[in-house]
Design a protein around this ligand. Sequence first.
Ligand code: PGA
Length: 254
Amino acid sequence: MRKPIIAGNWKMYKTLKEAEELVSSLKRQVYDVTDVDIVVCPPYTALSYVADMLEDGNIALGAQDTHWEEEGAWTGEVSAGMLKDAGCLYVIIGHSERRQFFSETDEGVNKKIKAALKNSLIPIVCVGENLNQREKSLTFDIIKEQLTGAFKNINSEEIEKIILAYEPVWAIGTGKVATPQQAQEVHKYIRDWLAKNYGEQASRQIRIQYGGSVKPDNIAGLMLEEDIDGALVGGASLKADSFGAIVINSRKKG
Ligand code: PGA
């Protein structure tokens, strides 16, 4: 069985003091959880500070993006090696806000995945359609295009290290969560795509998170679906109570 993974994407929120409050309270809430992988993704400025707070615990650290080069004259950017050095184990790649507001392309996503893997970071690769695309019944076409672009020249050994996140853009930060059935349908599509391109074993093993308005009261319903293995949480990850409750309610039954 795939172990659930719940990741909190803090986006551009939290000063060091606020990060400290959130993490210390979260640690108290989830200290005994061992059957869910728990990840927090603070902004760059708080990474190494939070890393110190998480040492030897059951919460791992992730970043929200990376550059694809090791180092160089790239003002404002941060490399995967630097993220590793700051204590990260995970990195979110291809979030829809990066794609939408910072012109991130599938080609860029592909280069970033390679950089992350090279530095032993686990990429959380986001895919998802926007409302217009869904209304035109283009969801599967868009997902296929994003998967094909993201995983170009990624081999089967590498793909097994990756986490996927299906995040319908119309559900992010809108309060409009996809129904478990709507999400499952796309998760199944992604898993079938993985099977076709990388074989049954890889497709059975890879975890696929759902993201978009996940809250403590809708996570359990989502987790009941066969191909949903966790969540990438934005807004509800900013409070220890709600994020802790999502972690607890994500435990797979049966
Ligand atoms: P949300 O964000 O939970 O606030 O909808 C999800 C995300 O952007 O990963």
